[in-house]
Design a binder for this molecule. Structure first.
Ligand code: SF4
Length: 254
């Protein structure tokens, strides 16, 4: 009979308003019953599973999402990524962007050409993202001309600080309120070397008078979720572009 056996118990605990499932593990030794400690099931999942690997997606303009950087400091109230992040990474802070160099290899592993959205779980040009991380991501883009890489940022002025590989790069920005229209000028002024795109999602105000004419692709979407702002038809039709692409979540309001 073994002198030591591992004992494990599942415990459901209510702690600071959170329900937590924990595994209590310990060693039973002749004459000794000792609890060694606790492991959060969440920590085990984080260790065993890589959340947000390069993955198939149903986002309209791409085939895969790729997340070598996770986290963002923009603090948008409607951020979907923050909710997903906190499910897997709590107690890590979404507002502290982190770099995962082991994910850089993922595009190399896929030989078939694909449209890859870079960092659906971050804004790769958010404050807190180091230049060195971005340079390493751009090297992957240069090394993989078979793929098209799509960058999206609410800080497109920072695009001007980097040399993007030509030929397989889309650069984009998102605009939710008309007051953020200056992002479009910052994007378009990068020149016509790249395909440019704007994501008007979620649409939260009229876009009357905003010039989208220099943008190659324009996607329009609505906020979703329980307290979502319903876009009026006037807001939707205030967007003037030669070919707006309406996402599934806004078509019912047309
Ligand atoms: S920029 Fe994107 S990732 Fe960052 S907080 Fe806003 S919605 Fe979230």
């Amino acid at each position: 009979m073994p002198r030591c056996i591992l004992r494990s118990l599942l415990k459901l605990q209510i702690c600071a308003g959170h329900v937590q499932l924990r595994i209590s593990y310990g060693i039973i030794h002749p004459g000794i019953l000792q609890n060694v400690g606790f492991i959060h099931v969440r920590q085990i999942i984080q260790f065993l599973v890589i959340p947000f690997p390069m993955n198939k997606t149903n986002i309209e303009f791409c085939d895969f999402t790729w997340n070598p950087i996770v986290g963002c400091r923009h603090g948008c109230s409607y951020c979907w990524a923050r909710g997903q992040h906190d499910r897997f990474y709590y107690p890590e802070k979404f507002e502290m962007p982190r770099f995962y160099p082991n994910r850089l290899k993922e595009p190399y592993q896929r030989k078939k050409p694909a449209k890859i959205f870079v960092c659906s779980m971050a804004d790769i040009f958010s404050p807190g993202v180091k230049d060195e991380w971005i340079h390493r991501v751009l090297k992957v883009v240069a090394d993989n001309p078979q793929h098209t890489f799509q960058f999206l940022s609410k800080k497109p002025a920072r695009y001007h600080d980097f040399d993007f590989p030509l030929g397989n790069t889309w650069i984009g920005t998102s605009v939710d309120y008309a007051r953020h229209a200056d992002r479009i000028d910052q994007l378009v002024s990068c020149g016509c070397k790249f395909i440019s795109f704007v994501l008007v999602e979620p649409l939260l105000s009229s876009m009357e008078g905003i010039d989208f004419s220099g943008v190659d692709f324009l996607f329009v979407g609505a906020q979703t979720g329980p307290d979502a702002v319903i876009p009026s038809r006037e807001w939707i039709y205030s967007i003037k572009h030669h070919h707006p692409i309406y996402k599934e979540n806004i078509r019912k309001f047309l």
